[in-house]
Design a protein around this ligand. Structure first.
Ligand SMILES: O=C(O)C[C@@H](O)[C@H](O)C(=O)COP(=O)(O)O
Ligand code: ZN
Length: 284
């Protein structure tokens, strides 16, 4: 199966109140772990690739790995630029074979964010590629905001609704209290904001910063209207913990397969648990 746009599965997710996971691809082992978990769960999924990961892996390897995963699994998989910062990087990814892009214009003033997002939607939709937009500040590692500071930057429902109406994005990331990275304090999700926006737009809300959010809060967010949930840090933590453990036990290990095999298995378990939690098992 070729890579697909998020529109292959997000409308169904919104209608049936489940969420599709975006799991970030940082190297081959991440891609294998995510794909193997999804195969067992018969779940659609999204490979998120940040600009940093793209630089690390190279765009050709990234696309080739995602295409191999789609071919091997037969699952609906979207290859999605995560937090794309400008028009050029979005077009570069689309030309290389990405089936979906995010434009993160949240650092721009509201009207400018709408204008820039609209331009990307127009070009991407002409090529059958889905687009995610972002509004408000999702705090955490990227912005170095505490959870309290992030709460101060929450999206305003009326602005989010107009943002959708003007841009026509396929999924909308709004700041509702989650933050990137593991939480230092308690996470507080503003379900009322999700509900108010989702009631007025036909596309799902995207929850960034899915790592470390308690399961019951994830379930409530999905019921409120989150149809795409991003997870990266939990996989990084699982991967690195295994590598540390193997190397700490035996300082003579030099074969990367000796520590990458358990690292991959640990990530597969994380992804499988998230897929079950998100309710996307058997939705492929
Ligand atoms: O960290 C990245 O490179 C990707 C993240 O920004 C991703 O979009 C995301 O929201 C995952 O959040 P996390 O699970 O808190 O790492
Ligand atoms: Zn994010």
């Amino acid at each position: 199966m070729p890579l697909v746009s998020m529109n292959e599965f997000l409308p169904k997710a919104k209608a049936n109140k489940f969420a599709v996971g975006q799991f970030n691809m940082n190297n081959l082992e991440f891609a294998q772990a995510i794909t193997d978990a999804a195969i067992e769960e018969k779940s659609p999924f999204i490979f998120g690739v940040s600009e940093g990961a793209l630089k690390y892996m190279g765009i050709e390897y990234t696309v080739a790995i995602a295409e191999a995963a789609a071919k091997k699994s037969g699952l609906p998989i979207a290859l999605h630029l995560d937090h794309g910062s400008n028009f050029d990087i979005a077009m570069k990814c689309i030309r290389a074979g990405f089936s979906s892009v995010m434009f993160d214009g949240s650092h721009h003033p509201y009207e400018e964010n709408i204008k820039l997002t609209k331009e990307i939607v127009k070009a991407a939709h002409a090529m059958g590629v889905s687009v995610e937009g972002e509004l408000g500040t999702i705090g955490g590692v990227e912005d170095d905001l505490s959870v309290d500071e992030a709460s101060a930057q929450l999206a305003k429902p009326e602005e989010a609704i107009r943002f959708y109406e003007e841009t026509g994005v396929d999924a909308l990331a709004i700041a509702v209290g989650t933050a990137h990275g593991m939480y230092k304090g308690e996470v507080k999700i503003h379900y009322d904001i999700i509900e108010a926006v989702v009631a007025k737009i036909p596309v799902p809300i995207v929850l960034h910063g899915g790592s470390g959010v308690p399961d019951d809060m994830i379930r409530k967010a999905i019921q409120a209207g989150a149809g795409k949930i991003n997870v990266n840090t939990e996989n990084q933590v699982a991967c690195t913990a295994q590598i540390r453990e193997v190397l700490a036990k035996d300082a003579n290990v030099i074969d990367p397969r000796k520590y990458l095999t358990p690292a991959r298995a640990a990530m597969k378990q994380v992804v499988q648990e998230k897929i079950r939690l998100f309710g996307s098992s058997n939705q492929a």
